[in-house]
Design a protein around this ligand. Structure first.
Ligand code: PLP
Length: 395
C-alpha cells in the first residue's frame, strides 16, 4: 500500500481485508443531536428510527449512539427489530409499526414495546395476548391522513378509537400514542402536506373525543423534521437524517448540518494490464479503448451494490475517481485505471473508497443513487450482511 492510500484510510483502519462498511458513531450522535435541537425548538423530542438494521448501519450500535445523543424513543418497522434492541439490553420506549397477523404480541408486551394498531384484527389480537399474560399492552394508533399506505382511513377511524378506548377501559391496553406518516414531505410546499396536517388535527380531535389521552402524537419523518416545525408535535421520527444523508432533493447533508455516517470501502484484489479492445466482465459491456490497467474490486451485487451501476458507478482509488468498467457482477467489479504507466502506483491491497462523506473526493451515497436511478436511502440500506460493519467513534 502506498503512503498516499494509507493517508486516505478513515479512522479504524487496519482490519480491512476484503471490504467493510465503516460506521462513524460520532456522526450518528452529532446528527441525532442536530435533529434534537431542531425538534426541541418546537418542544418536541426525538424517536430515532433504526428499522432495517438502522438503514444498513447496524441497529444496536446506532440505537445506543442515538440514545446517548438524546433520542428518547426508538422506532422500528418490524416486531423482531424491536425485540432485537431489547435483547441487546436497550431500555426506554420503543415503537414498532408493521405487524403481521399472528405477530409475537405476548413477547412484545412483555418486552415493553409499544405496538401500532390500525386495523380491528390487530386490536383484537393485542387484546387477546394482553389477557393471556395479564399485562396491559402499550398501543399506538396510526391514522392514514393521506399517505394511502398503512394507517386507518378517516371513515374507519372513529370505530378504531372507540374500540381502543373500550379495551383501555377494560384494562387490556394503554393507548400511548396517535400518529401518522407523510407522503410528500420531501417536496416542501406539496399540497398534500397541508391536507395531511389538517387530517391529523382531525384524527387527534376524534381520538380526544373518544376519551383517549395519548402520551405522544407524532408525524414528522426526516424531511418534515428539517422543514416543517408545525409537524413536530411531541416527537419527530427521523431515520435518514440520523445517518447523515439528505432527505431533500438538491440539498446536501452539509447544508443541513449533517454528516454521512457510512463509508463503504474495499481492497483492490488484482491489478493487471490488458490490450486495447479487450472485453471486460460479463457480456463484454465494456471494451478497453487502449492498452490499459484494470483493477478488480471484490464487491458485487450480492453485497448490495446495484447491478445497474454497471458502466456508470464510480469509486476512488489512490486519490482518483474511476468509473466501473462493464457489468457489476455478484461478487466483484472492475475499474479501468487507464494508462498502465500512470496506474503503476496502484497495487493489490490498495484501498477502494466506494462511497462515504466525500471528504477524500470519494463518491457519496447520493452520487451512487443519482448514477443508478434510486434514492440514497436504498444505497445504504441494501448493503448486505456479507459486508462487515466496523464502528468508529465508540464512546
Ligand atoms: C421509515 C420511517 C420513518 C423515517 O423516515 P425518514 O424519511 O428516513 O426520516 C418514519 N416513520 C415511519 C412510519 C417510517 O416508516
Amino acid at each position: 500500500m502506498t503512503d498516499q492510500t494509507a493517508n486516505e484510510l478513515p479512522p479504524g483502519a487496519g482490519s480491512l481485508l476484503r471490504a467493510e462498511a465503516v460506521i462513524d458513531l460520532d456522526a450518528v450522535r452529532a446528527n441525532t443531536a442536530r435533529v434534537g435541537r431542531i425538534a426541541a425548538a418546537s418542544g418536541a423530542g426525538v424517536m430515532a428510527v433504526v428499522k432495517a438494521d438502522a438503514y444498513g448501519h447496524g441497529a444496536v450500535p446506532c440505537a445506543r449512539a442515538a440514545k446517548e445523543a438524546g433520542a428518547a424513543w426508538l422506532g422500528t418497522a418490524l416486531p423482531e427489530e424491536a425485540l432485537e434492541l431489547r435483547a441487546a439490553g436497550i431500555t426506554g420506549p420503543i415503537l414498532s409499526w408493521l405487524h403481521p397477523v399472528g405477530a409475537p404480541w405476548e413477547q412484545l408486551i412483555t418486552a415493553g414495546v409499544d405496538v401500532t394498531a390500525y386495523a380491528q384484527w390487530a386490536l383484537e389480537e393485542i387484546t387477546a395476548a394482553a389477557q393471556r399474560i395479564g399485562i396491559p399492552a402499550r398501543v399506538q394508533l396510526k391514522a392514514d391522513t393521506g399517505l394511502g399506505r398503512g394507517g386507518t382511513q378517516p371513515h374507519d377511524w372513529l370505530e378504531l378509537v372507540e374500540r381502543a378506548a373500550k379495551a383501555e377501559a377494560a384494562g387490556h391496553m394503554k393507548i400511548t400514542g396517535v400518529w401518522s406518516h407523510f407522503a410528500c414531505a420531501d417536496e416542501p410546499g406539496h399540497p398534500s402536506i397541508r391536507a395531511q396536517l389538517d387530517a391529523f388535527t382531525e384524527a387527534l380531535a376524534v381520538a380526544d373525543q373518544a376519551g383517549l389521552r395519548p402520551e405522544v402524537r407524532h408525524l414528522a419523518n426526516s424531511p418534515a423534521t428539517l422543514t416543517l416545525p408545525e409537524a413536530h408535535y411531541d416527537l419527530v421520527r427521523p431515520g435518514l437524517a440520523l445517518y447523515g444523508l439528505s432527505p431533500l432533493p438538491d440539498v446536501t447533508p452539509a447544508e443541513l448540518g449533517l454528516r454521512p455516517a457510512m463509508t463503504l470501502r474495499a481492497r483492490v484484489a488484482l491489478v493487471k494490464t490488458v490490450p486495447a479492445g479487450h472485453g471486460v466482465s460479463y457480456g463484454h459491456a465494456y471494451h478497453t479503448a487502449a492498452d490499459t490497467a484494470l483493477a478488480l474490486v471484490p464487491l458485487g451485487y450480492a453485497d448490495g451494490l446495484p447491478r445497474n451501476s454497471s458502466n456508470v458507478g464510480e469509486v476512488l482509488i489512490a486519490g482518483r475517481r474511476h468509473r466501473i468498467a462493464g457489468r457489476m457482477a455478484m461478487d466483484q467489479f472492475v475499474v479501468d485505471l487507464g494508462d498502465p504507466a500512470a496506474a503503476r502506483g496502484v497495487h493489490a491491497g490498495d484501498q477502494v473508497l466506494v462511497f462515504g462523506p466525500g471528504d477524500h473526493g470519494e463518491p457519496t451515497a447520493e452520487d451512487w443513487a443519482r448514477a443508478t436511478g434510486t434514492l440514497n436511502y436504498e444505497i445504504v440500506t441494501r448493503i448486505g450482511p456479507r459486508v462487515p460493519r466496523v464502528y468508529v467513534g465508540n464512546s
